[in-house]
Structures are given as structure tokens and as C-alpha cells.
Design a protein around this ligand. Structure first.
Ligand code: IPM
Ligand code: MG
Length: 360
């Protein structure tokens, strides 16, 4: 069986980490009887350099024609890169937002899991990390502040910028349904995160989530304000199962959740639409400061590839094998620089990829 996978190596460490995920997918294919067929497209800064835009229509067509998309990361140093002197709609991030919208990837799953082996890299106190945690952040990805109308104007000599935050009930309902569906396969708890004490969009969010909850009597639903959630994540992360939230809150909370796993280099993600199609990418950025040095952590990308096998191709056994291989490598003491602690063996990006592939 051929798996048609469009790859977006992207910028910064992107090409390095995608190369390792490809290596692992190829090995998994040999063992589990499938052949990944990769087609690369450019996005972000790499596309700007080649075509003057962060994502071409041709690249969108190639992505749409595939069964799934595997992405590294895009973007550069916002202070120094010439890409950030372009108008906002021509910058690298605009390519990412465009592909999310074009492919209707409204559901972003970001699992934050504390590996026992990495407990030492977890910045929380031992008495908190001891309980472990396994959280699935379900982030709405094609609405809210990211896609609302925006403009910058000068009124009476005063510069003014406007961003708008809009959600309609259908957008909320479809992500809530995905959140509850996922909760049914996990510990059956949904924490819906909003700012209903201030925002109208959050009050609607809360109302619609409650309607959806009626169809899931087995799932426990609780509502939490986003500021409290930010606090609870470091105080008692073990209380969470599925965190269901809108685009901007999910962006922020998922970085926080990744950090308490020991490193942002560990957090995978899947962005899904209504079909089996998905875009899989690490939750972290392009880390331009360490690009090209073979020191990036490819694990988040490898784990994203595992999510692809599971969600887009129903290859659960192969996905389990990739996840187990990551665990094994950690158990054996191998660490990239970001998760390195005393008494372990530090390896580079390529070696980490090879070690995982060998253990699939
Ligand atoms: C993420 C990133 C993106 C986002 C940026 C690069 C636009 O931070 O995927 O979390 O904010 O969604
Ligand atoms: Mg982010």
C-alpha cells in the first residue's frame, strides 16, 4: 500500500526534523507493509525566497492531492530576518494559516504527555510531576482572532490596530464534537476553557459546548477560565484529560503544556478536517538559532508522523511501534540537547532519528 504524503520541510530546523521523521516512516513501512511516497512542497520563508509568496496555489493543490501532510516548521527570527520586513500577508506564518484554512483543518490535537524517563527534565516540583499527566489539547484552528478581520489605521493622528474575534455556533459545535469523541476514547473528561467572564464569543462557546455535552452522558464536562487553566497546568496537570479551547487560548496553553513535559521538542500535533485527511506537525517552531547544527530534537515530528499513521491511515500497530521506539530510546538513556540531564547520552538530531528508526 502506498501512502501519499506531502512534506513541508519549511524553515530553520524544519528540514532536519522532517528528514528524521521520513526515516522512521520508511522503517515502519518496511515492517508493517506500506510504502510512504513523499512529495515535498515549499512553505514559509523557503517559499518566499523561491516564489515571493509563503505558499503557492500549486503547493496547496499538491497538499490537497495527498492523503496527509507532514510538516516541519516555518518562520525565522522575527527581529532579524528580511521575511519580517514584508507585509503581514506575505510573511512565513501567513503560509501556515493559509494551508490550515484551505484544507479546513479546524481541529488541532496536541497531546502533552509526561514520559517517566523525562521526569527529570520537567520544570515542575517533584511532588507535582510525580503524579504524571496525559493531556490532549483540542485547539480550534481555523477561527477566532487568527482569522477575524484586522486592520491598522490612523484616526485623528493616532495609530490604531483592530483584530476581531468571531465564532459562530457551527464552528464551536464541530470542534466540541471532536473533543468529546476523543474524550470517549480516553478518560472521559472534557475541560472546556474560555474567558466567559469577559467575552461574548466565550459565552457562546460555553453554551454550545453544553449542548454538545448532552449527547455524551458518560463524559464529565467542566468549564474553566483560561487564566485559571494556565495556573492549573503548572499546579496540578494530572487533573486534565481533554482540554477543549479556541484558537488563541489553545496556542498559548499548548506551549505551556509542552514545557511541563520537559521540552517543547516533545510535543506532536495533528490538524484534522472532517475526513481522514490531516496535517501533522510538531507544536514547536523553527528554532532558527539552532538550525543546521544537528542538535534539534526530532521526536515531536516523529511522534506527529505516528499520529498520521493512526488518524489518517488507521495503521495503529505501526503508530504504536513508532511511539514504543521513542520510549525505548529514552529508556536507553539517549537525549538530544534540549532534554539532556546528567547521566544520559547526548546525541544529535540525525542520530536520534536513526536510533528511533532502528527500534521500530
Ligand atoms: C503554532 C504556532 C503558530 C500559531 C504560528 C507559527 C502562526 O505558534 O502552531 O502554535 O500561532 O498557530
Ligand atoms: Mg504556537
Amino acid at each position: 500500500m502506498d501512502l501519499r504524503i506531502t512534506c513541508i520541510p519549511g524553515d530553520g530546523i524544519g528540514p532536519e526534523i522532517v528528514a528524521e521523521a521520513k526515516k522512521v516512516l520508511e522503517k515502519a513501512g518496511e515492517k508493517y507493509g506500506f510504502t510512504p511516497v513523499f512529495t515535498d512542497i515549499l512553505m514559509g520563508g523557503a517559499s518566499i525566497d523561491a516564489y515571493g509568496v509563503p505558499l503557492t496555489e500549486e503547493a496547496v493543490r499538491t497538499a490537497k492531492a495527498a492523503d496527509a501532510v507532514l510538516m516541519g516548521s516555518i518562520g525565522g527570527n522575527t527581529a532579524t530576518s528580511p521575511w519580517y520586513r514584508l507585509p503581514p500577508e506575505k510573511r512565513p506564518e501567513a503560509g501556515l494559516l493559509k494551508i490550515r484554512k484551505e484544507l479546513n483543518l479546524f481541529a488541532n490535537l496536541r497531546p502533552a504527555l509526561l514520559y517517566r524517563e523525562l521526569a527529570g527534565a520537567c520544570p515542575l516540583k517533584e511532588e507535582i510531576s510525580r503524579a504524571g499527566f496525559d493531556i490532549m489539547i483540542m485547539r480550534e484552528l481555523t477561527g477566532g482572532l487568527y482569522f477575524g478581520e484586522r486592520r491598522t489605521v490612523v484616526e485623528n493622528g493616532v495609530r490604531k490596530a483592530v483584530d476581531t474575534l468571531t465564532y459562530d455556533e457551527n464552528e464551536i459545535r464541530r470542534i466540541a464534537v471532536k473533543g468529546f469523541d476523543i474524550a470517549m476514547k480516553r478518560k472521559k473528561k472534557v475541560t472546556s476553557v474560555d474567558k466567559a467572564n469577559v467575552l461574548d464569543s466565550s459565552r457562546l462557546w460555553r453554551a454550545v459546548v453544553e449542548e454538545v455535552a448532552e449527547d455524551y452522558p458518560e463524559v464529565t464536562l467542566e468549564h474553566m477560565l483560561v487564566d485559571n487553566c494556565a495556573m492549573q497546568l503548572v499546579k496540578d496537570p494530572a487533573q486534565f484529560d481533554v482540554i477543549l479551547t479556541e484558537n488563541m487560548f489553545g496556542d498559548i496553553l499548548s506551549d505551556e503544556a509542552s514545557m511541563i513535559t520537559g521540552s517543547i521538542g516533545m510535543l506532536a500535533s495533528a490538524s484534522l478536517n472532517d475526513t481522514k485527511f490531516g496535517l501533522y506537525e510538531p507544536s514547536h517552531g523553527s528554532a532558527p538559532d539552532i538550525a543546521g547544527q544537528d542538535i534539534a530534537n526530532p521526536i515531536a515530528t516523529v511522534l506527529s508522523a505516528a499520529m498520521m499513521l493512526r488518524f489518517s491511515f488507521d495503521l495503529d500497530k505501526a503508530a504504536d511501534a513508532v511511539e514504543a521506539a521513542v520510549k525505548k530510546v529514552l529508556q536507553e538513556g539517549y537525549r538530544t540537547a534540549d532534554i539532556m540531564t546528567e547521566g544520559h547520552k547526548q546525541v544529535g538530531c540525525r542520530e536520534m532519528g536513526s536510533l528511533i528508526a532502528e527500534r521500530v
